[in-house]
Design a protein around this ligand. Structure first.
Ligand SMILES: [Zn+2]
Length: 83
């Protein structure tokens, strides 16, 4: 008796599998074309394979983090390595 064949996995790059996406901040369901979450007001990106919306790149946050790291490094140099 032959085993039933496994159902074929959907091909990669086929039609999008999601009809909605979820806000990564508050998990509200959003339409795929939404740019801003209607529940929390945060910007959201395109849908990921898991169904969440991608977080858009936040240049200001990266610059703030780099400035904070640089300030901390300068403080350590001033506190421990300068005479
Ligand atoms: Zn949200």
């Amino acid at each position: 008796m032959a085993r039933p064949a496994r159902p074929a996995a959907p091909p990669r790059g086929a039609a999008p599998a999601h009809l909605t996406k979820k806000c990564p901040e508050c998990f509200a369901y959003l339409p795929l074309e939404a740019d801003v979450c209607h529940a929390c007001g945060r910007p959201v990106g395109p849908v990921t394979p898991t169904g969440l919306a991608r977080k858009p790149f936040n240049l200001k946050a990266y610059l703030a983090a780099a400035a904070a790291i640089a300030a901390f490094a300068a403080f350590v140099w001033w506190g421990f390595f300068s005479d």
